[in-house]
Design a protein around this ligand. Structure first.
Ligand code: DCT
Ligand code: MG
Length: 390
């Protein structure tokens, strides 16, 4: 199924290789963290994909390249490298020679060049160069990692020669918006990876708060941890109530409860703007309109359990009849969702997003109370969350 989706998506989203090749840098220097590990003789791809990496913040070589294009606002090449990562990760076997990539979708010349280099030299010089590049480092460590809304301001700060937190904070001509202030204030809590153990601990806290407010509510762990990741940037939950409409007061009450427990360092609540009459949504990458809150939970605020440090938490609260769509959307990965939606649109004539599944031929919305229902509507075998990691 995965390959069917992937093969299909290569046809709709190919990036012109020439354009991408123009931006590939020449190798100049090296860094030991880019070396292929002892597993390198086994090839790249499948579960050994990390042997291709530059392991930096748990990312891989293609992810470094994708990020670098992202920091330069070059969406096309960025997407091309993210797709290539997904394809390699989804392989049940390791690539031992370049010829093995011949029939794989989404691997253009620039990505093959990186694979070839790693297979031949045991490292990617291009990735090594990027990892030591000042612009990449500044954006990765200072701006992108820690301050939301970085793009325009981050660019401006970088051009003015500002390279670190203190450079930015001590420049009195800079006015930080609320998001940026929060980013600076809590950058330690936000940029630190959250472990699966911390995610479990946060789950029991969220579970307790939600059920204290509404005993019959449903709490589902979603996002990367639901896909079995060991570490993540945040912990995502979908919460809802059995009665339609009851979910409207759920998040504000849960926030009050968490405040009372003294573990909230930061809270940003967005009320729902969801309206079924505005669907189907024709914007391919549209975010959802459900009520949600972004929280930073942590020990500094008071009673924290088990010696854990806490972390960022996203709570999303759809009405119960939208629950399955929200769960499927928020389980991710982003790349999987993108490809699934593209598959629905091109192969099935349906529009899928976090709110609904709409059949354009029948001109009707298809009901679903579980993720399995949605896969069945799409004519696909069900895929477990751990199979959606690529
Ligand atoms: N998502 C969404 N709408 C948003 C934000 C995210 O549908 N406004 C989806 C895409 C993936 C999933 O929700 C979880 O998002 P993240 O938490 O950003 O990613 P993750 O896979 O959980 O990985 P991590 O949190 O470790 O970066
Ligand atoms: Mg997440």
């Amino acid at each position: 199924i995965w390959h069917r989706i992937r093969n299909h998506s290569s046809a709709v989203c190919d990036i012109p290789e020439k354009r991408l090749a123009n931006h590939v840098r020449k190798p100049t220097c090296s860094m030991s963290c880019c070396k292929v590990t002892e597993k390198s003789d086994e090839g790249v791809g499948g579960s050994d994909f990390c042997s291709l990496s530059g392991v930096l913040y748990g990312s891989d070589a293609f992810e470094v390249l994708a990020e670098s294009y992202e920091f330069n606002n070059m969406e096309g090449p960025c997407l091309a490298f993210r797709r290539a990562t997904s394809v390699l990760k989804s392989l049940p076997w390791a690539v031992r020679c370049l010829g093995a990539t011949q029939d794989l979708p989404c691997l253009g010349q620039p990505t093959k060049k990186v694979i070839e280099e790693v297979l031949q030299c045991g490292r990617s010089f291009e990735v090594e160069e990027l990892l030591s590049d000042e612009r990449y480092q500044t954006f990765k460590v200072t701006v992108h990692k820690c301050v939301w809304g970085w793009t325009k301001d981050g660019e401006k700060w970088f051009c003015r020669g500002l390279r670190s937190f203190s450079d930015i904070l001590t420049d009195h001509s800079i006015h930080l918006n609320r998001m940026q202030q929060t980013g600076f204030l809590h950058h330690g809590d936000i940029s630190r990876a959250v472990s699966a153990a911390e995610a479990r601990s946060l789950r029991s806290i969220i579970d307790g708060a939600v059920h204290c407010v509404t005993p019959a509510a449903t709490v589902a762990l979603t996002g990367g941890f639901h896909r079995g990741k060991e570490f993540g940037h945040d912990v995502d939950f979908i919460v809802t109530t059995p009665e339609l409409g009851e979910e409207e007061s759920l998040l504000p009450n849960v926030i009050d409860e968490l405040k009372e427990q003294g573990i909230l360092l930061y809270c940003n609540y967005q009320a729902s703007t969801f309206d079924m009459r505005k669907l189907p949504n024709h914007h391919f990458e549209a975010m959802d309109d459900f009520a949600k809150c972004f929280l930073i939970c942590g020990w500094r605020a008071g009673r924290w359990r088990g010696g854990l440090e806490g972390g960022a938490v996203d709570l999303v609260s759809p009405p119960v009849d939208r629950y399955a769509f929200a769960l499927l959307g928020w389980t991710g990965s982003r790349q999987f969702e993108r490809d699934l939606r593209s598959f629905a649109r091109v192969e099935r004539g349906m529009i899928l997003d976090n709110h609904a599944l709409y059949d354009k031929k029948k001109k009707e919305f298809l009901a679903a109370s579980t993720e399995k229902d949605i896969f069945a509507h799409l004519g696909l075998e069900y895929m477990e969350p751990w199979q959606r990691n690529a």
